[in-house]
Ligand binder design. Structure first.
Ligand SMILES: Cc1cc2nc3c(=O)[nH]c(=O)nc-3n(C[C@H](O)[C@H](O)[C@H](O)COP(=O)(O)OP(=O)(O)OC[C@H]3O[C@@H](n4cnc5c(N)ncnc54)[C@H](O)[C@@H]3O)c2cc1C
Length: 378
């Protein structure tokens, strides 16, 4: 079976790896560089906390497990760090939702516990404990983060060396051609074409584009911004989540900073200077949590599209109207990808249906009412 995967972000690389492993002849076509788009500008936190409804939580938990299971394939997973997360809310008005999330996560069996200020001070002595409000502090030992570019590199190397997958960068797909209502071939902007029994669309924030006979899905993407400090001598190991601020180590002493209210200032994925108001706000917020950042500036800011299918949930499954055209697009893509890749390979290559994806099928965008919207209301 010839499977063409379009897009080599973390989703496409996972799908290509798993389809090749399942026995398909795989060609992965990427318009730019492997992991050159959203996947390399991601906070990349593996988690299922606050992921509602239950089916979406379960999908994220399956992704977290699949990250651990990849160790069996590789013996080592140098792209994955599992040092846990710490979270708190400073504002009194945010406490009810924070406490309710703790209760629900605990009931669903998620790794979550309260820790004291003394414990946090021992774990992470550089955190400004006095700056944390009155509310309780939660700890998530099973959470971690991924270096998506490394992840993609390792999976694609294995897909090529073990199963002969072909990976072509700078190869933009413009048309998916069909015959008799079935996918037949994929044509590139430069005129090359590739025969296909199945095409898996993993184009993330570009998945709303029609490619010849293949339609896209509606997206409501947003913009995300990350700040990176210059190297700083800190021993910080955990991820820190305080209100809408996220902080974590990013290797070689650099600290990565993300803040949702900074994302909200963006109209598009524009270049941002290290002396922009967004940089100042990221640093100001992070310094309140880590006073050692007082002497440090941002080395870089990066912004990109966060790919959200129009209802905010993962979209995975056969597209209506064109046999052999499959969609795999999601936010939380770093968390979900290793599981999504496996599930797509089961469905496309092995012909094994994944009932846990039923709430996330693309046809919900082409019918009314959407099953996942009904679940959210329940
Ligand atoms: C700031 C920020 C923070 C985030 N934090 C988290 C987090 O903490 N945890 C988490 O799980 N997720 C997080 N996400 C979301 C996560 O990063 C994404 O869900 C994930 O990276 C999407 O991967 P992808 O492979 O679908 O997209 P991409 O990495 O964008 O890959 C899609 C690829 O398709 C290619 N392409 C597009 N059109 C074509 C075409 N016609 N032909 C060939 N190639 C094409 C593009 O060039 C691109 O390389 C975050 C995102 C951002 C921006």
């Amino acid at each position: 079976m010839q499977v063409v995967v379009v897009g080599a972000g973390i989703v496409g690389c996972s799908v290509a790896y798993e389809c090749a492993k399942a026995g398909a002849k795989v060609t992965l076509l990427e318009a730019g560089r492997v992991a050159g788009a959203t996947s390399s500008i991601s906070f990349a936190w593996t988690n299922a906390t606050t992921k509602f409804p239950r089916a979406y939580y379960d999908l994220n938990v399956a992704g977290m497990r699949a990250h651990l299971e990849l160790r069996r394939d590789f013996g080592t997973t140098p792209w994955f760090t599992q040092t846990g997360s710490v979270e708190w809310r400073n504002r009194a008005e945010d406490q009810p939702a924070y406490l309710e999330n703790f209760r629900q996560m605990k009931e669903w069996g998620y790794g979550i516990e309260w820790i004291s200020r003394e414990t946090l001070a021992r774990m992470e002595p550089e955190v400004n404990i006095a700056g944390i409000g009155e509310g309780p502090i939660s700890y998530f030992p099973e959470e971690g983060w991924v270096d998506p570019a490394l992840y993609c590199a390792w999976l694609l190397r294995a897909a090529k060396e073990r199963w002969g997958a072909e990976v072509l960068e700078f190869s933009r797909v413009t048309v998916i051609e069909s015959e008799g209502g079935k996918v037949r071939r994929v044509r590139l902007a430069d005129g090359r074409n590739f025969a296909a029994d199945a095409v898996v669309n993993c184009t993330g924030g570009w998945a709303d584009a029609s490619l010849g006979d293949a339609q896209g899905i509606p997206l409501e993407s947003t913009i995300g911004v990350l700040g990176f400090t210059s190297p700083v001598a800190l021993t910080l190991r955990s991820q820190l989540h305080a209100d809408d601020l996220d902080i974590r180590p990013d290797g070689a002493g650099r600290i990565m900073i993300h803040k949702i209210s900074v994302d909200a200032t963006m109209k598009g994925p524009e270049p941002l200077a290290t002396d922009s108001p967004q940089a100042a706000e990221l640093l100001r917020s992070a310094r309140e949590v880590l006073p050692a950042l007082e002497a440090v500036e941002l080395e870089a800011l990066r912004s990109t599209v966060r790919p959200y299918p129009a209802d905010g949930f993962t979209c995975a499954g056969a597209m209506p109207g064109l046999e052999g055209h499959y969609m795999a697009v999601t936010h939380s893509g770093v968390t979900i990808s290793p599981y999504l890749g496996r599930a797509v390979a089961d469905e496309v290559v092995r012909g094994e249906w994944h009932a846990d994806l039923d709430a996330f099928r693309p046809d919900r965008f082409f019918q009314n009412p959407s099953p996942v919207a009904q679940m959210s209301e329940a």
